[in-house]
Design a protein around this ligand. Structure first.
Ligand SMILES: O=C(O)[C@H](O)COP(=O)(O)O
Ligand SMILES: [Mg+2]
Length: 432
């Protein structure tokens, strides 16, 4: 085994005066200030007892500091298991903690150990949720973020303006590669911009990644030869980190223009690794986010998580869509889309991906609420479940978004478009 030269491990530079500010919603039955100090101490220089070498000088330089505590109304939710104190005294607060960047350097995994590590286990806290992170520029100096983003994605799929419209292959699993190729041909002919594997379709024996690539890409290449446009297909290459590069290379060698990774399954470090190897946009699926973000009492909110995913290189990031099939309200979805659209440390803008229960009848309400077409809107059941087939499903989406972008009332689109009218018979009334 060869020993790497020391130059391969340059000492990280000190950045005095640089901080990460983490915002939490906490609940505690202890005095709020006390709980905040325990939290700040445990996640930086402290432990359960003051130790001899935790000098004032060490604290001054490395201790996390409580910046603010703002009490907010309690919820009716029960306390996290094992929390201590008199339940009758429980209070809730939004709290900001400032961590010296030098405690961890601009390293996302090590950042998370400080701002989202053991603190979820602290018995002093009856609830603790990380809701936001203010990160210094040093993170963008180290992490490249998206390589393609909105502009690069539009260029590759030849959709310079307007909403980017796509679909998820449904059924998610069960189609043979040959059947998949047929569906892809139909979708491409219908003018879809983007197609993706479902997050459930990885590399199983019934439809291995290599076979899907071999079946799908010739269909897309033939379509591109005829029309000059190659719809983007996001092959789900999620796997162990050691396989990501080979999976990516397989897709790119066949002419593929996108790879998809389930961010929480490969981890942020896996996504960042893929970013260093990828020559096509990375479609970031957020499956499993609910385990972190759904509870009001514990976890990491989408607003904080999406910053980490964007730094790690997600060109596309799922935000959910309005009237979705999952638990999030429209207000939460719109906040998520807004979060992804908010500039972050000068990174290339990531494309928000609106998915889950989407269909053409949601276009007007979505466009009115977000005011942009720099979106990738995905409709799985809403296209494949169209009463007249997937091609009509694509047409219903295109008609709806074109009408919304022209500023017409939804009723007008409904009256003018047979595919949209037929879609509404299956999926419900057009949202206005
Ligand atoms: O992976 C996705 O984004 C979902 O499977 C969406 O599917 P749906 O449009 O059928 O809800
Ligand atoms: Mg899915």
């Amino acid at each position: 085994m060869s020993i790497s030269p020391a130059s391969a491990f340059p000492a990280p530079a000190f950045t005095p005066g640089a901080y990460v500010t983490a915002t939490y919603i906490i609940e505690t039955s202890l005095p709020l200030e006390h709980a905040a100090e325990v939290l700040a101490g445990e996640q930086s220089t402290g432990t359960f007892v003051r130790v001899e070498r935790e000098s004032d000088a060490v604290r001054a330089r490395f201790a996390a500091q409580v910046v603010s505590i703002d009490e907010i109304p309690p919820t009716a939710a029960s306390a996290l298991p094992g929390s201590v104190g008199d339940p009758a005294l429980r209070r809730r607060a939004r709290m900001r903690l400032r961590f010296p960047l030098d405690n961890f350097g601009p390293s996302l995994p090590n950042l998370l150990a400080a701002v989202a590590g053991n603190l979820f286990e602290m018995k002093e806290l009856a609830a603790i949720r990380l809701v936001d992170l203010d990160l210094p520029q040093a993170f963008a100096d180290r992490y490249a973020g998206p390589a393609f983003g909105i502009a690069g994605t539009r260029a590759l799929m030849n959709r310079p303006t307007g909403a980017m419209l796509g679909t998820i292959i449904k059924p998610s699993i069960g189609l043979s590669p040959a059947e998949l190729a047929e569906v892809v041909g139909e979708l491409a002919a219908a003018g879809v911009d983007f197609i993706k594997d479902d997050e459930l379709q990885g590399n199983g024996p019934a439809s291995p990644l290599a076979d899907r690539v071999a079946a799908v890409m010739p269909v897309l290449e033939r379509h591109a030869d005829r029309t000059g446009t190659k719809p983007m297909y996001a092959f789900n290459i999620t796997d162990d980190i050691g396989r990501l590069e080979a999976n990516h290379d397989l897709v790119v060698a066949a002419g593929g223009t996108c790879v998809m990774a389930c961010i929480n399954m490969v981890g942020l470090a896996g996504l960042e690794y893929l970013r260093t190897k990828s020559s096509v946009p990375i479609h970031g699926h957020r499956a499993m986010l609910g385990a972190m973000a759904r509870s009001d009492q514990v976890g990491i909110a989408f607003g904080a998580w999406q910053k980490l995913a964007r730094l790690s290189g997600a060109d596309h990031l799922h935000t959910n869509g309005i009237s979705n099939k999952f638990y999030e309200s429209d207000a939460e979805v719109l906040a998520a889309i807004d979060a992804v659209r908010t500039p972050l440390l000068g990174l290339t803008p990531t494309v928000p991906v609106l998915s889950s229960g989407q269909w053409g009848g949601l276009a007007h309400a979505t466009y009115e609420a977000v005011g942009t077409t720099d979106l990738l809107v995905l409709s799985g059941g809403g296209i494949h479940g169209h009463p007249d087939g997937a091609a009509a499903g694509v047409a219903s989406m295109r008609d709806a978004w074109a009408s919304a972008e022209r500023g017409e009332p939804a009723e007008e689109a409904f009256a003018a478009s047979e595919p949209l009218r037929r879609a509404s018979e299956r999926f419900g009334p057009v949202r206005v």
